[in-house]
Design a binder for this molecule. Sequence first.
Ligand code: FDA
Length: 309
Amino acid sequence: MVATILRALFLWLAEWRWIGRVSLRLPFLRRMPLRFVAGTTLEDAVAAVRALQAAGAMATIDVLGESVADRAAADRAAASYVATIERIAAEGLDANVSLKLTQMGLDLGTATCLEVLRPVAEAGRRHGVFVRVDMESSAYTDRTLEVVGALRAEGYEIGPVIQAYLHRSAGDVGQLAAARVRVRVCKGAYAEEAAIAWHDRVAINASFVDLVTTLLEADAYPGVATHDPAMIEAVARAAAQRGIGPDAYEFQMLYGVRRDLQRQLIEKGYRMRVYVPYGTEWYPYFMRRLAERPANVLFVVRSLFGEGG
Ligand code: FDA
């Protein structure tokens, strides 16, 4: 009950972006998002990736931003990604990038989005940096797969995220696995109708393991994005049963979430990639992390008093 109220409260607060802007001006609160966000600048992201790399993890860098309504804003977002890719290459970081197509102008049409995204894909190709396209709500699934498919047909190293809660995902993964596309599988984070998505955990978990197994069997190097120990164990078991080693896939977790589990998996010899968000638009992302697990407020409060946890 309390968790439900808190969840609704954080999602409501996520809409009030001025709170984020004000809190950045208050020295005491400025540290607040740092549990889940690397900071506001590319410099901050590079420092976070270096620290992760020292601990044995790889990274995927996300330039935080929400959907854009005009071409100039989309081009600006794309330019930040090009700069991020160039910096990854210049610093020799073990990192790639993750982006959202609505930030790259998808609401302006798939043709515009392709134009905006191409320079990012090109920078990725020039520097050997993989471009991961996050999956947003089901209103965008077809268009996202279409844009990713078009750029792949042009020879760019780019791959989508597939959500285990969607009924359609087995079909999508079947096609992607046949082409050995690098896919990230996650449970799915949006509120979807029961007509198109499973709501019960058992069905979502079964779908998650099936999708990853299909990709493992196709030798498509899946990204296994979850903090759920049951999913991690099931995937590791499915791989081992098929004689597939831990280099054939990677686990992925969010910056600041289950750092204990991240460490344990690295110690056991698994590949771990951490999703590192940075940027001035940190506030809605941060609020969504609190909504996902209201107990995270405790981590954040503790970090305000100097214990990063
Ligand atoms: P689940 O919610 O089932 O919880 C299992 C356990 O994980 C919890 O008991 C807790 O211990 C831990 N946990 C989970 N979330 C936590 C948190 N915020 N803080 C602390 N502990 C937490 N979704 C999407 O729709 N499109 C996308 O592109 C992506 N991309 C993406 C990338 C990466 C790297 C990750 C890890 C996740 C995503 N997601 C996503 C989000 C994903 O769909 C899902 O909503 C969350 O990962 C939560 O599901 P889990 O499987 O992690 O754990």
